[in-house]
Design a protein around this ligand. Sequence first.
Ligand code: ATP
Length: 459
Amino acid sequence: MDQNGLMEKIVSLCKRRGFVFPSSEIYGGLANAYEYGPAGVELKKNIADAWWQFFVRGRQDMVGLDSSIILHPKTWEASGHVGSFADAMIDCKNCKYRTRADHLIEEALPDMKVEGKTEAELDKIIQDHKIKCPDCGKFDWTSVRRFNLLFETKIGIVEESQSKVYLRGETAQGIFLSFKNILDSTRVRLPFGVGQMGKSFRNEITKGNFIFRTLEFEQAEIEYFFDPEAADWEELFETWKKQMWQFVTKTLGIKEENLRWRAHSDEERSFYSKRTEDMEYNFPFGFKELWGLAYRTDYDLKQHMKFSGADLSYTDPQSGKKIVPHVIEPAVGINRLMAMVLLDAYREDEDRVYLALPPRLAPYKVAVFPLLSNKPQLVEKAKEIFGMLAPHFTTAWDDRGNVGKRYYSQDEIGTPFCITVDFDTVEKDGCVTVRNRDTKEQPRVKIGELKDYISNALR
Ligand code: ATP
């Protein structure tokens, strides 16, 4: 399938079927912001829940955390975000098109590596290759400038006493801030991890690729703390790679051929990181970062010790040995996972479009229809079945149009099963047809067996 065409099809399906809407549309929209509609909020939540179950609840060496979006502003000085969480941007003087200099170069010169380059070096590449504005075609750029991605806001009602704070640019720093409280309040022992999921904010200026890159996004991060003398970081790193791969391919059902690992080069990697690798997905605009995995040493805890004066070391309960733990950090955006899940699940048959979502991710697990909406005995029975299933599964109801149209719309949101109540159900056999999204088969199933039938498919 044509890769560009696929993105357009997904964007249009998302709007048509209530997955994702452009934000603030009645006011003309807001770039890089989206709303998650009735189907989208369910899908996003299911992906988030699957992550939490797999990485936090399902492991004996992990605990969870929900820290504040607005943290003490010193946090971001200590972490380096105030000083260097910046992108290089450039403006077209002719048409005022603004873009990230690295993206401009990468799009024009796909083999050019730009990570870690200075503003002057980026300027030189653009000048040397006479890269034109993708919007107006002119070659008339400003010089490259850095700008910080942190959103600033203020605490305080009276202007004179307001103090500047930031909306968090990542969830990870909150984990380091609560590290001591977690040690003191739980029975965790090294090695252990803390998982956190929540909104992060970045002042992204580029034209996004749908929900791949947005101003605010749901981030899911883990800090896995360990003693580098007791555990081999390379082995731990490999274990995390396997875990992430398993989650993406098995739990999210993504095709392996659309995934790959890419190690960061020395220039690209942060100076404190010993190894960073990105799991990349083959998006319609190329293989791009899906999920970052970084060995960050003891950099963050030490920085917060320095800036706060607090002791963030760990004392081994048996040996009494005191250390500042090192961390491995897997960091992903749930929205980016959702973009991938939608792209990967998109299917076109001769006469229909459907999303082959893993059933546990599907917004609705089952839809219930009365064959005809003007026959009270069918409607009543269908409502009874809806009431029986709804406490156990997200259940959709549809009595509009004909059954074919209802299948069509459920296929487009990836509902694995559609149940139709017909005259045989009420007059003869007490069975309903259960139409399978992928095979289109329609076995008849006894009403009393429906719950087990659907539960089995969700395992
Ligand atoms: P990129 O190079 O794509 O800007 P990054 O390297 O800055 O990403 P990290 O800081 O490593 O990203 O963030 C970890 C993860 O958070 C990313 O792998 C991605 O899944 C997600 N993420 C980061 N920025 C955004 C964003 N603006 N919108 C959606 N998801 C994001």
